[in-house]
Design a protein around this ligand. Structure first.
Ligand code: ZN
Length: 81
């Protein structure tokens, strides 16, 4: 890695706010801090169904399919972890 062009500038533009996030990951930016925290907690709460999470999001104007939510929850979406 010591040779070759310095791509650090490009890499800085990859910033997690833009790339490597699924539709849900990007949509979460529209929520306020409190809601984001709440949603993260809900993702980890195993007794809550994916459908419940999807409903909660749609109430806040984020229309995402249940499968998008499911993938994000399972960690099989494209979000960087
Ligand atoms: Zn995701």
């Amino acid at each position: 890695m010591s040779t070759g062009p310095d791509l650090s500038e490009f890499e800085s533009y990859i910033g997690r706010n833009h790339q490597n996030r699924c539709k849900l990951g990007r949509s979460l930016d529209m929520l306020n801090d409190e809601e984001q925290e709440l949603f993260q907690a809900a993702l980890r709460a195993t007794h809550l169904t994916t459908r419940a999470l999807e409903k909660w999001l749609s109430k806040r104007g984020l229309r995402l399919s249940e499968s998008t939510v499911k993938k994000h929850r399972e960690g099989s979406c494209c979000c960087e972890r």
